[in-house]
Design a binder for this molecule. Structure first.
Ligand code: ADP
Length: 269
């Protein structure tokens, strides 16, 4: 990529010497560009439903004024657009909260089995509505980590919700947890939670960028399903805070697998 330099010219008094210095400020330039891209994305995402709402308000004022059936239909669409804006603002707030807390290590002891149990219970109605069967392999051992249980709930909610949404009707979603004394990725005792679906999958070329804000592998599908494009970015920041990692593997037509790796709490006191 390009390198951005800041150039300074300094004259040393009474010596006739001039110092010309270059400082590499590429990282600052990139951060500035990312911030501008983010603001542009947010504006675009908010303006789309807003434009639609304004259009329907005009129609309700004019042509549809005396048509009760049309009015009812338009109000339904308008509610959907307002809900989309509400989800987007909610996800933006979540993202800014988790980013602000990213450097504060969580200290509470959390049994991940409870988090997974609650997540799956909350999502059973959504799975039923989508004709998806949830499978959960619930081991007998506690999975103790240091964590923020609300944030961990958010992580598994986002991943399992995606698996249900993108998994497709008639399919199943599998959630498994395994532990190891020395996980190769963390080089420490860790738990791996795998969320696997057998839906349409993701083209591997998208995988490296999937956790970026507003990055979508299939933009049309994401929007049709009410996605904000922020779910995996929120997951990434929460996992950073927990010293965790995520590995995504997928192929088109072969489903997707999201593997979360979190350090186990070995302090038994
Ligand atoms: P969205 O709100 O669009 O679902 P996410 O950040 O949660 O945003 O996910 C980013 C993108 O990753 C999605 O738009 C979708 O293209 C892709 N994706 C996420 N999970 C899956 C999955 N289980 N199967 C297929 N594609 C997925």
């Amino acid at each position: 990529g390009d390198i951005t330099y800041e150039v300074a010219l300094q004259k040393i008094a009474g010596t006739g010497t001039v110092i010309l210095s270059f400082q590499d400020v590429t990282h600052l330039a990139q951060a500035g560009q990312m911030r501008r891209d983010f603001v542009a994305n947010v504006s675009h995402e908010l303006r789309t439903p807003l434009t639609s709402l304004m259009g329907f308000i005009e129609t309700l004022r004019g042509p549809a004024r005396d048509d009760a059936a049309a009015r009812e239909r338009f109000l339904g669409i308008m509610t959907g657009e307002a809900e989309r804006m509400n989800r987007l603002v909610g996800d933006l707030l979540s993202l800014s909260r988790v980013e602000a807390q990213e450097r504060v290590r969580p200290t509470a002891k959390v049994d991940l089995r409870n988090v997974l149990h609650t997540t799956l219970r909350n999502l059973t109605p959504l799975a039923d509505d989508n004709g998806v069967v949830l499978h959960h392999d619930r081991g007998d051992l506690p999975l103790m980590i240091r964590g923020d249980s609300d944030q961990l709930l958010q992580v598994f909610t986002n991943l399992i919700e995606n698996a249900i949404k993108y998994g497709g009707s008639g399919q199943s979603v599998e959630v498994t947890a395994t532990t190891s004394d020395r996980d190769p990725a963390l080089r420490a005792p860790a738990v791996r939670i795998v969320v696997r679906d057998n839906g349409a999958g993701i083209d591997p070329l998208h995988l490296p960028r999937l956790t970026e804000r507003f990055y979508r592998a299939d933009s049309h599908r994401s929007r049709a399903l009410g996605g904000t494009g922020l779910g995996l970015a929120i997951v990434k920041h929460i996992l950073n805070r927990h010293r965790g990692r995520m590995k995504i593997t997928s192929e088109l037509g072969k489903g997707a697998e999201f593997c979360v790796i979190l350090p186990l709490d070995t302090d038994t006191a």
